[in-house]
Design a protein around this ligand. Structure first.
Ligand SMILES: NC(=O)c1ccc[n+]([C@@H]2O[C@H](COP(=O)([O-])OP(=O)(O)OC[C@H]3O[C@@H](n4cnc5c(N)ncnc54)[C@H](O)[C@@H]3O)[C@@H](O)[C@H]2O)c1
Length: 360
């Protein structure tokens, strides 16, 4: 087991990597949690791991109920948050009763939001079951739901009490979901850690085969990087924005594809274009976009807009990026690499160069 700490004063917590599902009940003892606990999950994950987690929590002395939310991003909304509140109220949950999120980022975000808002905040525990959730969404305290007018528009910063990861659950994860998570791991390499970037290149076969040492290593480094960034900038006042490398164009691509393309795949393409933009505007040398593209391609992730179901018009993507602009109340921010392992956040990027790159 490897422990990564997220240092946030009174809201500090530990990420335990390599904690078997069967140990979770005992790992949650002695934290001052109430006896009642609700495991929030979806039918896919419940069928695979629900009973093991419930048994483990019961053996740890907790009185456990399960709440099932249908599988899919479209259920990450206020209606399902409300369904969770109702189940908790019917079962007389109080302010010490904890929620346990068993699933990927959808379940984690929804459960975290329900925990943040039920009775003004109850404890919650993340048990992530996708690679994306392990390396990204379960760490850092961003919780939320979607609104008909936009993704993640309703939410709260709310940190979990603990994040417990059993990497063996990744064996049942569809390959595309694994790849989507790997795109975020590649992101950490580019923004902060050249050694991780190189490791991903040198250990591709082992990682794709879910070799336990290799997969644990990349999860650990990703969590360490995210924990460090979040500890220094919990509410995205500045530094935390580096985690958005590849996401500015990535979000626009997701919109253009009506969310039919996985987030990680859109981010992969976004990272290549951001690296090309950095090179074309003299921020880095040509080896940077070349290396980023080669690594992404080696994992079978898309690197170019030609991979989309249709080539979006330049104006369409530029317009879709303005959503970020509105959120910031200013110019769109781009995260651009200076070299592998170092990026800058800038509003002063060259729009004409990006348009040319998008036009191909
Ligand atoms: N809070 C954050 O900081 C943050 C960061 C990134 C992404 N997100 C959010 O995360 C969500 C995406 O998360 P995701 O990629 O994990 O998708 P997801 O939660 O939809 O999971 C993907 C699919 O894998 C299935 N699954 C999960 N674990 C499995 C397992 N072990 N075996 C087999 N199948 C399994 C799920 O049922 C689902 O069908 C989005 O809503 C996104 O907005 C949040």
């Amino acid at each position: 087991m490897h422990i990564v700490s997220v240092s946030l004063g009174a809201r500090s917590y530990e990420i335990e990597i390599g904690c078997s599902l069967d140990q979770i009940g005992s790992r949650l003892q002695g934290l001052g949690l109430g006896r009642k606990m609700a495991v929030v999950t979806n039918p896919t994950v419940k069928k695979l791991y629900g009973q093991r987690l419930v048994d483990s929590l019961t053996a740890g002395g907790f009185l456990v109920m399960s709440i099932e939310v249908p599988d899919g991003e479209q259920f990450k909304n206020l209606d399902w948050a409300n369904a969770i509140y109702t189940a908790l109220l019917i079962n007389s949950f109080d302010r010490k009763s904890a929620l346990v999120a068993l699933g990927g980022g959808v379940i984690g975000d929804l459960t975290g939001f329900a925990a943040a808002t039920f009775m003004r905040g109850v404890p919650f525990i993340q048990v992530p079951t996708t690679l994306l959730a392990m390396v990204d969404s379960s760490v850092g305290g961003k919780t939320g739901v979607n609104h008909a007018m936009g993704k993640n528009m309703i939410g709260a910063f709310y940190q979990p009490v603990k994040v417990l990861m059993d990497q063996s659950v990744l064996t049942s994860l569809p390959k595309e979901e694994l790849l989507a998570g790997l795109a975020e791991v590649i992101k950490y390499g580019v923004i902060c850690d050249e050694a991780l970037f190189d490791y991903l290149g040198e250990n591709r076969k082992k990682i794709l085969a879910l070799d336990i040492d290799a997969i644990s290593h990349i999860i650990r480094r990703s969590c360490e990087i995210k924990a460090d960034v979040v500890s220094r900038d919990e509410r995205e006042g500045g530094l935390r924005a580096i985690l958005n490398f590849g996401h500015t164009l990535g979000h626009a691509i997701e919109t253009a594809e009506s969310y039919a393309l996985r987030h990680g795949f859109a981010v992969a393409i976004g990272m290549v274009y951001a690296s090309r933009l950095a090179h074309k505007t003299g921020l880095c040398d040509a080896s940077v976009p070349d290396r980023v593209e080669r690594l992404i391609e080696s994992y079978g992730l898309p690197t170019d807009l030609s991979a989309l179901s249709r080539r979006p018009a330049v104006i369409e993507l530029m317009d879709a990026m303005q959503v970020d602009k509105k959120a910031e109340g200013g110019k769109v921010k781009f995260v651009l690499p200076k070299k592998i392992g170092e990026v800058i956040i800038t509003k002063e990027w060259d729009e004409e160069v990006l348009k040319k790159l998008i036009a191909g």
